[in-house]
Design a protein around this ligand. Structure first.
Ligand SMILES: NC(=O)c1ccc[n+]([C@@H]2O[C@H](COP(=O)([O-])OP(=O)(O)OC[C@H]3O[C@@H](n4cnc5c(N)ncnc54)[C@H](O)[C@@H]3O)[C@@H](O)[C@H]2O)c1
Length: 339
C-alpha cells in the first residue's frame, strides 16, 4: 500500500500529539510541517522526522507529495487555514473548534464539498472509553429516555494564563465547551434547540486576557432532555489535574456518572507533590502513543488509507459552533436563544 503524504500546520502542544501519532504509523509519510515560527517548525521536523519545514503555508499546500494535513493552530486561525488547505485539494483533520462562527464553518463546508475532500474535526471524546460506554447504555435503552445531563469540563487558570498565549482570542466555551456540546449531541443523538447562558469576566480580564472566566449554560434538546454545561478557565492551579471533566446522565430508567479526569485509578505521591496521572488521554505504549487523544488521528489515517468517511464530520463541527455562538449570544444579551 502507498504511504499517505502528511503535512502538519501548527507545531505547538497539540500538534505534538498529531506528530507523535503520525510518527508511529507505518501508513504515513511525514512530508512537511509549517509554523509561523520557523525555528519551532525546524525543531518539530527534526524531532518527529518530517522531511521538511516552512513558515510559508502556501509552500506547504502546493507540495504535491502532501495528500492530507493536520491543522493544529490556535482556534481563531482555523478558518483561514482550512479554506486554503481544502481549496488546495488536501484532506483535513482539524483540531476543535472547527471555526469560531457559523458563517466561517459554512464556508469551510462549501469548499470541502466543491473539492470533494475529507474533513474531520478532532472531537476526541468519541474515542473516550467511559463516554463510549454511556453512549452504548443510551443506545441499548438501559437508561430509558435521557432526561437530565450535567457535564463540566473546566481547566485550571494555568491554561489561559501560562499554556496558551492566544487565550484572549478564544474562550472557555470555544476551547472546552465545543467538546461538551459535541459530546451531548453524540450521546443523546439529539440536537440542541434552545440555550440560556451566563458568564462573568473578572479574573482573566484583570490579568489582561480579554475573555470570560466561565460560562454556565442550560441547553434544551429536541428529544426533551435538558443539559447543564459548565466551562471554566479559572480553577485554582493547585487542583490535582489540569482539567476537571465529569458527566452525569440521568434517564427515565437508569443513571450513570463519569469522572474522566481524576478518576484515581492511579495516585502518585512524590517529593514534588501529589496527583492523579492521566491514563485515558495519551499514554506511551512501548514507544507508541495510545489513548483517546491519539485514536482519532489513527482513525483519520485509516479513513485516508481505506477511502472511507470519518465518523466525526465537518457537520459535527458546524453544529457545535452553532450552539457555542448561541451560548455566547445568550450570555451577552441575558436572553434565551432559540436555534
Ligand atoms: N483536542 C484537545 O483536547 C485539544 C487540547 C488542546 C488544544 N487543542 C486545540 O489544538 C489547537 C492548538 O492548540 P495548542 O494548545 O497546540 O496551541 P499552541 O499555542 O501550543 O500551538 C499553536 C502553534 O500554532 C502556531 N501558529 C499560530 N498561528 C499560526 C498560523 N497562522 N500559521 C501557522 N502556525 C501558526 C504557533 O506558532 C504555535 O506553534 C487549538 O485549536 C486548540 O483548541 C485541542
Amino acid at each position: 500500500m502507498d504511504t499517505i503524504g502528511i503535512g502538519l500546520i501548527g507545531c505547538g502542544l497539540w500538534g505534538s500529539i498529531h506528530a507523535r501519532t503520525y510518527y508511529a504509523s507505518p501508513l504515513v509519510k511525514r512530508v512537511a510541517v509549517c509554523d509561523q515560527n520557523r525555528d519551532r517548525a525546524r525543531q518539530f521536523a527534526e524531532k518527529y522526522g518530517f522531511n521538511s519545514y516552512t513558515s510559508d503555508l502556501e509552500e506547504l499546500l502546493s507540495n504535491p507529495a502532501i495528500t492530507a494535513v493536520s491543522v493544529t493552530t490556535p482556534d481563531h486561525t482555523h478558518s483561514a487555514i482550512l479554506l486554503k488547505a481544502l481549496e488546495a485539494g488536501k484532506h483535513v483533520l482539524v483540531e476543535k473548534p472547527l471555526a469560531l462562527t457559523v458563517e466561517e464553518c459554512e464556508k469551510i463546508l462549501a469548499v470541502r464539498d466543491k473539492n470533494g475532500v475529507k474533513l474531520m474535526v478532532d472531537f476526541h471524546n468519541h474515542w473516550n472509553i467511559p463516554f463510549m460506554q454511556v453512549r452504548e447504555m443510551v443506545n441499548m435503552g438501559e437508561l430509558g429516555d435521557l432526561m437530565m445531563i450535567n457535564v463540566k469540563l473546566n481547566d485550571t487558570i494555568y491554561v489561559p494564563t501560562k499554556m496558551l498565549d492566544w487565550a484572549g482570542k478564544s474562550s472557555p466555551v470555544h476551547f472546552l465547551g465545543s467538546h461538551v456540546v459535541d459530546l451531548i449531541r453524540w450521546i443523546s443523538g439529539s440536537e440542541i434547540k434552545k440555550v440560556y447562558s451566563v458568564s462573568r469576566s473578572v479574573v482573566l480580564k484583570k490579568a489582561g486576557i480579554p475573555t470570560p472566566d466561565f460560562y454556565q449554560s442550560i441547553l434544551e434538546l429536541s428529544n426533551g432532555a435538558t443539559a447543564y454545561v459548565e466551562n471554566c478557565w479559572i480553577v485554582a492551579e493547585s487542583a490535582p489535574n489540569l482539567f476537571d471533566f465529569k458527566g452525569e446522565f440521568i434517564g427515565s430508567k437508569g443513571s450513570t456518572y463519569v469522572n474522566a479526569s481524576h478518576h484515581r485509578v492511579i495516585e502518585k505521591y512524590t517529593k514534588d507533590g501529589s496527583g492523579y496521572p492521566d491514563v485515558l488521554g495519551v499514554v506511551d505504549m512501548y514507544g507508541k502513543p495510545a489513548g483517546f487523544c491519539t485514536a482519532p488521528i489513527e482513525h483519520f489515517i485509516e479513513c485516508l488509507a481505506k477511502n472511507t468517511d470519518p465518523i466525526v464530520t465537518g457537520e459535527d463541527g458546524l453544529e457545535a459552533t452553532r450552539v457555542i455562538q448561541a451560548i455566547e449570544k445568550s450570555a451577552k444579551s441575558g436572553q434565551p436563544i432559540n436555534l
